[in-house]
Design a protein around this ligand. Structure first.
Ligand code: SAH
Length: 397
């Protein structure tokens, strides 16, 4: 990183409106397309200098020609050597993990803005790394080479697989890519978190193969879990497997058959007996509640219902229904572990929905823990989008 502004002046420059400037001053790192002077000459994914309307230098950013997020700030300083900066930030992200990780060989190594490398996600599953690029800048071949080389050097994986989300690539106007091995030969492994073992298949499954952001919540949920347990939206059994040692029976519910097949393999790997049911969770909870079924522990971990602000109302209704039916089925003294991974649903909204649901079914609940994503998904306080997961653990009277 060179400090001389004259060198940085060689970069293309993007001017930011007063509104964009105030957003940056608040500590955010995104500038929306409507807040920049559009300039078609800037190549997709370019490193750019950023100034206010009068030309005052504000920092260096990565540019996207397609996304509504036109700029992602990298530094308030001039940056000319992007590879050197990336290498340094990868080292810092790994050093941060050394402070916050224990009881696991699977964790997020790089969380995009949360690790000051916007557009890059890297997860570690034991000896395999999974890499996902989300922006034009991170998809550029020279940048990819730097990332792969540095990750290899630092973490010495047996394989690096690429995870591809076609929708994100389309939004960034990137050509389609097939998921595959970027390095090494290994793409399947077994990883261990909180003493529970899981299969990892590099090129299958949703997200990067497991929901690493719930790792600390799995351990917390297991502390309070007891009796008969129902894990709704169980995917490959993350919560269910953690409850199996604590509860007399565990049932996992999901609408995805492949997810349940993997869940069953995970149960076998841990020598656990778990019942898996393929069903629509809304229908199943409705039927079970009507049939007056009862449980001592219920987990709710649905997919993000609110993908945008527009769908917030519908999402809140969905969350309320799930929580209401679950509270109905909890025995006195029961535990509800209820999650939302929708960024657009704030923690306050979420707790309000839970309060409403409890009032409607005349059950009093007390919050045992108000939790969020695991610490390997760092939350940058001035970038609210880095905080998305809510996980409330409640005692039901
Ligand atoms: N609790 C899981 C992660 C859940 S992800 C873990 O810790 O690993 C959300 C899951 O909800 C996915 O597995 C998806 O298949 C499932 N799902 C989505 N809509 C559903 C529905 N209507 N009924 C049941 N499952 C659903």
């Amino acid at each position: 990183m060179l400090k001389s502004p004259t060198v940085a002046a060689a970069l293309p420059t993007v001017k930011v409106s007063a509104r964009g400037v105030s957003r940056l001053k608040s500590g955010h790192v995104w500038v929306y397309r409507s807040d920049i002077n559009s300039d078609d000459s800037i190549p997709p994914g370019a490193l750019v200098g950023v100034t206010d309307e009068r030309g005052k230098f504000l920092g260096t950013a990565l540019y996207s020609s397609a996304s509504q997020i036109a700029l992602r700030m990298l530094s308030p300083q001039p940056v000319t050597d992007l590879p050197a900066l990336l290498r340094q930030r990868i080292e810092a992200a790994i050093a941060y993990r050394a402070q916050v990780i224990s009881d696991t060989d699977a964790y997020r190594v790089i969380f995009s803005e949360g690790d000051f490398i916007p557009g890059l996600i890297v997860d570690r599953y034991n000896d395999i790394l999974s890499l996902q690029v989300l922006t034009q800048a991170m998809d550029a071949e020279p940048v990819r080479q730097v990332l792969i080389q540095k990750l290899n050097e630092e973490l010495k994986p047996a394989g690096i697989v690429e995870r591809v989300e076609p929708r994100i690539r389309e939004l960034e106007q990137l050509p389609p890519r097939t998921p595959g091995l970027l390095y090494g030969e290994k793409k399947d492994t077994v990883f261990t978190m909180n003493n529970v073992r899981f299969h990892y298949c590099g090129l299958e499954g949703q997200k990067t193969g497991a929901f690493l952001d719930q790792r600390e919540n799995y351990a917390a949920a297991a502390q309070y879990a007891h009796g008969e347990a129902l894990d709704v939206f169980c995917y490959q059994g993350g919560f269910a497997l953690h409850l199996a040692g604590r509860c007399s029976t565990v049932t996992g519910v999901d609408s995805s058959r492949p997810a349940l097949e993997m869940a069953e393999q995970n149960a076998a790997l841990n020598g656990r007996e778990i019942e898996w049911i393929e069903a629509n969770a809304f229908d199943l909870l409705k039927d079970y509640a009507a049939a007056r079924r009862q449980y001592d522990t219920i987990i709710l971990d649905p997919p993000a219902f609110a993908k945008s602000k527009r769908t917030l109302e519908t999402a809140l209704r969905g969350y309320k229904e799930l929580n209401l039916r679950s509270l109905k089925m909890l025995r006195p003294g029961g535990t509800l572990v209820t999650c939302s991974c929708s960024y657009h649903v704030s923690q306050a909204d979420f707790l309000e929905i839970l309060a409403e649901a409890s009032r409607d079914v005349h059950r009093t609940i007390r919050i045992l823990e108000n939790r969020t994503q695991a610490r390997d998904h760092p939350i940058v306080l001035t970038v609210p989008e880095t905080a998305y997961l809510k996980c409330a653990i409640a005692h039901c009277k």
